[in-house]
Design a protein around this ligand. Structure first.
Ligand code: G3P
Length: 223
């Protein structure tokens, strides 16, 4: 699985998000690789009829007086398939993560929870999300991939999660820029990658997504 996070990058907002979604759909279908786009809540409606869409963050709230908070039901109704929570850029307390996972499941949203290290990965795995994304914060947005700088962290995250619940998928992210980084991620046991700048800020998004999708398709064939 390839999850692209648009963050609040200009290149990933509004019409730009729609363009990324179209390229992802094309490349994903061509290589039969699952692709999802994690967007700002305001872009869910525009991209969700093109590509599987995740909302960047939800709040652990229910219908009611919560001005400015993100309601899981609203996200679902706007067309999202899931949500990406506890990103290093939007950390949550563990009790809010637990509640958000529960609420997401209630409304039928898939949940990817980010974790910055192994201890947090273990704690989150006990909450049974659909997916955990290991991302060392110091490598986010940089040019050195987590798979190069911290391969043992990726491997350990996979092992620890699978020990707790082998149905939880594990993604890795931070600094992923090319097909080689993606191949390495899969080799280390990850079920996919979470990427932002490497795709959203790339001049030729199709070319880079092709490279990444081919790396996953190739690994799928060889197993
Ligand atoms: O959510 C993905 C992200 O934090 C990784 O960012 O730019 O290093 O791919 P980047």
């Amino acid at each position: 699985m390839i999850v692209v996070n648009t963050k609040a990058y200009k290149e990933g907002i509004g019409r730009n998000a729609v363009e990324i979604a179209k390229v992802m759909k094309k490349v994903g279908e061509k290589h039969k690789v699952r692709m999802a786009l994690a967007v700002q809540p305001s872009d869910i409606h525009a991209v969700s009829n093109i590509i599987e869409t995740f909302c960047q963050h939800i709040d652990a709230i229910e219908y009611g007086s919560y001005t400015g908070w993100i309601l899981p039901e609203a996200v679902k109704e706007a067309g999202a398939k899931g949500t990406l929570i506890n990103h290093s850029e939007h950390l949550m307390k563990i009790e809010d993560i637990a509640k958000a996972i529960e609420r997401a499941k209630e409304v039928g949203l898939e949940v990817i929870v980010c974790a910055s290290n192994i201890a947090i990965t273990r704690a989150i795995a006990c909450l049974n999300p659909d997916c955990i994304a290991i991302e060392p914060p110091e490598l986010i947005g940089g040019d050195i991939s987590v798979t190069k700088a911290k391969p043992t962290v990726v491997k350990k995250a996979v092992d620890e999660v699978k020990k707790i619940n082998d149905e939880i998928k594990v993604l890795c992210g931070a600094g992923i820029k090319n097909g080689m980084d993606v191949s390495k991620a899969v080799e280390l046991g990850a079920d996919g990658i979470l990427v932002a700048s490497g795709v959203v800020k790339a001049r030729n998004k199709e070319e880079i997504l092709e490279e990444m999708a081919m790396a996953i398709a190739h690994k799928k064939q060889s197993t």
